[in-house]
Design a protein around this ligand. Structure first.
Ligand code: GLU
Length: 422
């Protein structure tokens, strides 16, 4: 697998040309401001100590405090965290929120930990980085396999160590702990606003739009459910164990019920929890692998899992008319070129999945002002941000004859560059 940060640098170079970026600023933007590597001793339930490795990359804070999630995954690496923090810088600037770019991660498979072990790991991570974070410095949030409960432990640990209350030190908290209405579904909701704008730009209004979603976690789950409610036809859904394809459409609510009952998504066609060999591999309703789902002939393909999914090797087989990136970094720069040559429109991650960090920013703002906004207010503000950014990027793309990613990066880098002081 190619190094992810290499992808960032090539995206940076491409956008730098469009805006004729100052070479000194370009040089600065090739590196993060600071990277922390920490080793976290955790007392496991059997009494033994296990040491986990964690990172926090603070990429750039020219536009505001470093901002970005913390990922718990066995494949977390320094390269990945650096790349993700770079994309957070671009993402925040793309939608125009007053935040910089950061990201954290711990090398762990959270499914192997008990609830108590998970809590001790989360508190242990904060014990190692608390001096470097705060609502005016660096504001973590959930990412892959982290959630509101973990954010509540982190806020609490930070406040114990620092000795003062700072609800805005992390976002994505439970409502009772200073969280915002609409935060949990915000990434999916932001994607849905983008899909609606995309339909208008493609001239697809009134048409039945087919969608395939790879990933059924917080992001993929909400985007599938919201698009389904809006009248899009979800024909395929998958998670890390593969998924389901149904010609007549997949109801993500039903799929979720099966998953919650302990079944695989492929059991959808049978309507209840089943074993792997009961799942049909052909027919109108069938099992689909994570590779196959990317190659379906649909209107919109939605990668909503992990990075590096669409690469030079499989991009030539992608048949979707458009791709909406709900994961971070699902398309490599080589694949981008292939998709562009095939005439496939890519709504890039830094726009499509920016709804999460946008509502995180709203949460931070509410915490700083000691306010609590209604869901209606939050959604109205989110819709404004997403549709505004979509329109700006589309205009930039038309003006410079580039793809949407290059347009978004050019817009974002210009904003960061103007704020950098050295
Ligand atoms: N982890 C999310 C992302 O990749 C949200 C980050 C945040 O809310 O700070 O955009």
């Amino acid at each position: 697998m190619s190094a992810l940060f290499v992808n960032c640098l090539s995206q940076l170079d491409k956008a730098a040309k469009v805006i004729n970026l100052d070479k000194n600023i370009h040089e600065i933007l090739k590196n993060p401001d600071k990277i922390l590597t920490v080793y976290i001793p955790v007392k496991m339930d059997d009494g033994e100590i296990k040491v986990f490795t964690g990172y926090r990359s603070q990429y750039n804070n020219a536009l505001g405090p470093y901002k970005g999630g913390i990922r718990y995954h066995s494949n977390v690496s320094l390269d990945e965290v650096m790349a993700l923090s770079f994309w957070m810088m671009i993402k925040c600037a793309t939608v125009g929120i007053p935040m910089g770019g950061g990201k954290g991660g711990v090398i762990v498979n959270p499914k192997d930990l008990s609830e108590g072990e998970l809590e001790r790991l989360s508190r242990g991570y904060i014990q190692k980085i608390w001096r470097e974070i705060g609502s005016d410095k660096d504001v973590p949030a959930p990412d892959v396999y982290t959630n509101a409960k973990i954010m509540a432990w982190m806020r609490n640990e930070y406040e114990k160590l620092s000795g003062h209350s700072d609800p805005g030190v992390v976002t994505g908290k439970p409502i009772a702990d200073g969280g915002s209405e609409g935060r949990e579904s915000a990434t999916g909701q932001g994607g849905a606003y983008c899909a609606r704008e995309l339909v208008k730009k493609m001239g697809w209004e009134g048409k039945q739009i087919t969608v395939a979603v790879q990933g059924f976690g917080n992001v993929g789950g909400y985007v599938a459910k919201i698009l389904h409610k809006m009248g899009f036809k979800i024909v395929a859904l998958s998670d890390s164990q593969g998924g389901v394809f149904n010609e007549d459409g997949v109801d993500p609510y039903k799929a979720e019920k099966i998953k919650k009952a302990g079944g695989m998504l492929g059991c959808y066609c049978l309507g209840s929890v089943c074993t792997l060999n009961q799942i049909s591999k052909d027919g109108p309703c069938r099992f689909i692998s994570n590779e196959e789902i990317l190659e379906l002939d649909v209107d919109i393909l939605v990668p909503a899992a992990l990075e590096n999914q669409i690469r030079a090797d499989n991009a030539p087989r992608v048949k979707a008319k458009a791709i909406m990136e709900m994961a971070n970094g699902p398309t490599t720069p080589e694949a981008d070129e292939i998709l562009k040559a095939k005439g496939i429109t890519v709504v890039p991650d830094v726009l499509a999945n920016a709804g999460g960090v946008t509502v995180s920013c709203f949460e931070w703002e509410q915490n700083l002002k000691n306010e609590h906004w209604t869901e209606v207010e939050v959604l109205k503000k989110l819709e404004e941000k997403m549709t505004g950014a979509f329109a700006e990027i589309w205009e930039m793309k038309e003006k410079h004859g580039v793809d949407m990613r290059t347009a978004a990066f050019a817009l974002a880098i210009d904003r960061v560059a103007k704020a950098i002081k050295f």
